[in-house]
Design a protein around this ligand. Structure first.
Ligand code: PMP
Length: 400
């Protein structure tokens, strides 16, 4: 299996793993970091730090300029429009929680929120809890036999009570890139706010938020080769007025007295407290570095790895979940508990994820206690897959 990765050399963590005889096939959980991101992070700290948007001194002004330049470059990576807002969060989870709370005041008992059957808990629990607290209906859009969203059925579920449609475009379990354009446009015509969870999808295809006609979009830096603890919530201009401020603290008011406050609009009004400045600057540097690479070559490489992974699992008679077409495959070995298999792979230095993948209702609906997941990134190569398959063969010999 000759599938070399020309990008491997940029990732010190992957090179360190290679020395430790460790194979990283868990990038859907979190991706390893390129030198460009590590350098940007350390550069920021090396030159002296200051809080942003608060100071008249030169270090504060320099930090604020770098911080806002990072926002602009992240916005341009997303193809956001100049009137749209890019709000910094801690990650996709926080972005979705923010939305569930900031949109809540628009919703009334009997209103509907629609999500797919394969959502990660991050795009289920905030809506579920909101529905329970407010007497709303959480509608679960069905999947077809391949684990893909049934778009026609989903459109048929839209009703005059529908208010929010929240969907991931790449499930972290099924690994299927989901086309949602037709559904988004039907939702828009029905006056429904649309939320896209891009946590898994963004790293495999640069989002184009001019084309993807959603109102809100979230992603996490750490899955995009960037630092931990940072994410983005994109809000299209037309949806800004629907959001009510949700967390309260420093640097978010225009004016405040003991009894009242007048809040700033997005983004600053939604970013109270000291932001994760270094990480945000390093995230922007990561995306700039990503843009310097040949995205088609990366996509082709990931596709070739994915095909080889799928074929190898099928040859070995593994039970594959759904019909994955992007970056990851979830599976079980017949008659083997996923945790036993994961433990034996781990012992052989192969890092894959096992469990319910924060998608418990999905696994329950498939009648599975859990599954293994192998996920891929630009730095993986054919040798990683060979190591995985030989570890799998050895583990199966013991377990089956
Ligand atoms: N949505 C999906 C589809 C995910 O895979 C994840 C992370 N596993 C999240 C949301 C949450 O992302 P984070 O943990 O970075 O907030």
């Amino acid at each position: 299996m000759f599938l070399p990765s020309p990008w491997r050399q940029f990732f010190p963590g992957i090179l360190a793993f290679a020395e430790q005889q460790q194979v990283w096939l868990d990038s859907a959980a979190t991706a390893q970091k390129p030198l460009a991101m590590i350098t940007a992070l350390s550069d920021y700290y090396q030159h002296g730090v200051a809080n942003v948007h608060r100071a008249q001194h030169q270090p504060g002004e320099r930090a604020t300029r770098a911080f806002e330049a990072a926002r602009s470059s992240i916005a341009s990576w997303l193809h956001a429009g100049t009137e749209d807002a890019v709000i910094f969060t801690k990650g996709s989870t926080e972005g979705l929680n923010l939305l569930s709370q900031a949109l809540a005041h628009n919703l009334h008992s009997g209103d509907e929120i629609l999500i797919s059957a394969y959502e990660h808990h991050a795009n289920l629990l905030p809506w579920q809890q909101l529905a329970l607290a407010r007497g709303l209906t959480l509608k679960i859009l069905p999947m077809d036999a391949n684990g893909h969203l049934d778009i026609e059925q989903a459109i048929a579920q839209l009703s005059s009570r529908s208010r929010i449609l929240a969907l991931s475009t790449l499930s972290n379990v099924v690994g299927h890139r989901q086309s949602v354009a037709k559904l988004l446009s039907a939702a828009r015509q029905a006056g429904v706010w649309t939320v896209i969870d891009g946590a898994q999808a963004a790293v495999h295809a640069r989002p184009n938020l001019q084309q993807l006609d959603c109102d809100f979009f979230v992603c996490s830096a750490h899955k995009l080769y960037g630092p931990d603890g940072v994410g983005v919530l994109f809000v299209r201009e037309r949806a800004l007025a629907a959001l009510r401020h949700w967390q309260f603290g420093g640097e978010m008011v225009r004016h405040c007295d003991y009894q009242h406050a007048e809040f700033l609009p997005a983004p600053l009004g939604f970013e109270p407290g000291t932001p994760s400045t270094a990480n945000i600057i390093a995230f922007a540097a990561t995306l700039t570095w990503l843009q310097s690479l040949d995205s088609h070559a990366i996509a082709n490489h990931e596709t070739a790895l994915h095909k080889a992974l799928l074929a190898g699992l099928q040859e070995r008679g593994m039970d594959i979940i759904g019909a994955p077409n992007c970056a990851l495959v979830s599976f079980n070995a017949p008659q083997v508990h996923h945790a036993d298999l994961a433990a034996l792979l781990g012992e052989q230095g192969v890092a894959v994820r096992a469990g319910h993948h924060c998608a418990m209702p999905l696994l329950q609906s498939l009648g599975l206690p859990g599954a293994l997941r192998v996920s891929l990134a630009m730095y993986n190569n054919g040798e990683d897959l060979q190591r995985f398959f030989s570890a799998l063969d050895q583990a199966l010999e013991i377990l089956q």
